[in-house]
Every structure is written in C-alpha cells, then in structure tokens.
Design a protein around this ligand. Structure first.
Ligand SMILES: O=C(O)CCC(=O)C(=O)O
Ligand SMILES: [Fe+2]
Length: 329
C-alpha cells in the first residue's frame, strides 16, 4: 500500500520529513486534506462521463488531430506508449491561451483548447478543476522546497507566469480481447512533467507502481484522496533525490470500465526547472538522475513535454509539423 499524507501534516517539520522520505523512496503517495470540495470532484467526473457518452462523431469533432497544440480527443488507438497502443480514450485540455504566431518547438504547445459543443457545463467545470489542481501543485512544490532546502521564491517565480499544465479526462473501456486489447491501459512510463495529481474512481483497479526492487505494486483508489507522483523534471531538479517512478495501467481479464483524471503540473514551457540545492547530508542519498538513452530528459519543461507529446501522438506531429506539412503551408 502506498503511503497516505494529509496536507495538514505538512505544516510540521516531521510531516515535511515524511514527504521527503516517501518521495525519495517510492515517488508516489496518496494526498488527503487537499481542500478540493467533494462536489467539484463529482462534477468533474460527471462532465467526463457525459463527454465520453456522446456519440462518436461528436467526440471526433474535437479530435486532437485537428489541433496543432496537441489538445483534444483521442479514441482508443490514438495514443502509443513504448510503441504499443494504450487501450483508452481521452481528451487533453491545457490552459486556454492564444497560439503564438511562428512558434517553434515546444512553444507550439501553447494555444486554445477544443471544447465539446452542447455540453455547457464542461468548460467551466474543467477550468475550475484546473485552477484547484494548480493551487495544490504549487502548494506541494513549496512544501518540497521547505523539505529539501530549496528556494521558495524561485519556486514561486517558476510557476508565476504562463504555467502550462495538462489535464486529461480518460476512460478505459472494458477489455475486449477480440479487438486486440492486450490489457495495456497505459504502458509503463514516467511522467515527463514536474508532478502529477491523479483522481481515481472508487471501486476500480488497474494502476500499478514500480517499487525500488522492480516489482509492480497495485495502487487502488483511496476515498477522497488524490494520487501524487513525481515527474522527470522534479527528479532532475533534485539531482535524482526525488524519484520519478514508473507506473502503468493494466487491465485484468475481468477489468471493467474505469475513469481517471490526471493533472500534470508544470511551469512555463520555456522555463528551466529551478534546481534544489540539497544539503550535503541529503545529497549523498541522491541516486543521480536515471539515464535512459531511449528516454532523454530535457532541461526545460517545454522540451520535455514536447518529447512526450510527439512520442505519444506521432500522427498529430506528422499532420502539423512533418516536413511535408510545413512545405504545404
Ligand atoms: O489512469 C491512470 O491511473 C494513470 C494514467 C497515467 O499514468 C498517465 O496518463 O500518465
Ligand atoms: Fe502517468
């Protein structure tokens, strides 16, 4: 069982030490006492369900393929992890901003969302949820700054201007072996951002987290809690002291439908992550940043996010940014 931390515990030195140790060892925990009203949690689930219940053509009207900013809907088969299909459908929503004319590289991720028509409660509910998630993300970052001797002001500066977080509403349909569903809900991966807040649905299963020994442990939903995990950039920012842990969603043979809502918290796209100067005592416990030639980690949040977006949605990249696409505009 992953540890549970209540936000109120982080008011004390002892609580900060727990946060530090848990995210050094496991990289995952359940957060309670976060202050998100239960009504908002039920509203976001309800708009997600309403969206997924729309007829296919209405969902396809906001397909990610139509967005040069990698925003919008993907039906099952529209996303790859480790080169294999993730058997889930989802809509990706970022901050609502104007696109940057002539943007290069990661700055192309900034732009408007695609909002489903005729679901008037969708946009305001999503935006309210995003702003709550942002506040929790920033509050946690400040707690890590306190727990690790980082610079609070630098953390505040990094997230003050144009932070580019990503919210996903995800539905994992029941497993259907005849359609080729091999049980990969989402393949094993580390999140490319800073930290992730994940809302699971009570009574469902599938999330697994890799422990230090390389075994997969189940992370079932805990009533009223968000799952929190470290992303690659927070591992980099702490010289590997905090751990970006691999995780995956596996559908068992009797898996039933499951809704999940991850929020990937991050700074501005062109912002290098502030680094945390660890005390010598903590620095010796650092494992260094995991090096994987198949998964390079970039210094700015935007570059790292861009890598992950292009890898997960190669057709969107092809359509908007391949040489052929660029030549034709
Ligand atoms: O759906 C889940 O439980 C996890 C999703 C996830 O890890 C991701 O989308 O990065
Ligand atoms: Fe993830």
């Amino acid at each position: 069982m992953l540890p549970i931390i209540d936000m109120s515990e982080l008011e004390t030195e002892a609580g900060l030490e727990v946060l530090r140790d848990v995210t050094h060892d496991v990289g995952f925990f359940y957060l309670t006492g976060h202050g998100v009203p239960p009504e908002l949690v039920s509203d976001i689930r309800s708009v997600a369900r309403k969206f997924f219940d729309l007829p296919d053509e209405r969902k396809r009207a906001v397909a990610m393929m139509e967005s040069p900013h990698f925003r919008g809907y993907n039906s099952v088969g529209g996303e790859l992890t480790n080169g294999h299909i993730d058997w889930r459908e989802q809509i990706d929503i970022g901050p609502e901003r104007e696109a940057i004319a002539g943007a290069e590289g990661a700055m192309r991720l900034q732009g408007p969302n695609q909002w489903p028509a005729d679901l008037p409660e969708f946009k305001p509910t999503v935006m309210e949820f995003q702003s709550k998630m942002f506040a929790i993300g920033l509050a946690l970052m400040r707690k890590w700054a306190l727990a690790l001797g980082g610079d609070l002001a630098a953390v505040d500066r990094a997230f003050a201007t144009a932070p580019e977080a990503l919210l996903k509403l995800i539905k994992y349909p029941p497993r259907q072996a005849q359609s080729g569903d091999d049980g990969q809900g989402v393949g094993a991966h580390k999140d490319p951002g800073v930290l992730t807040l994940l809302l699971l649905e009570p009574g469902t299963s599938g999330l697994q987290v890799e422990d230090l020994a390389g075994s997969w442990i189940d992370a079932p939903p805990v009533e009223g809690a968000f799952v929190v995990n470290i992303g690659e950039l927070l591992e980099v920012a702490t010289g590997g002291f905090l751990r970006a842990t691999r995780h995956r969603v596996v559908k068992s043979a009797d898996f039933r439908e499951r809704l999940s809502i991850p929020y990937f918290f991050g700074p501005a796209l062109d912002m290098p992550m502030p680094t945390f100067e660890l005390s010598p005592e903590l620095a010796v416990q650092s494992r260094g940043v995991a090096q994987d030639p198949a998964n390079l980690i970039f210094a700015t949040y935007g570059e790292n996010l861009w890598k992950a977006r292009v890898r997960a949605h190669p057709e969107v990249f092809e359509r908007w940014y391949s040489e052929a696409a660029v030549r034709s505009c």
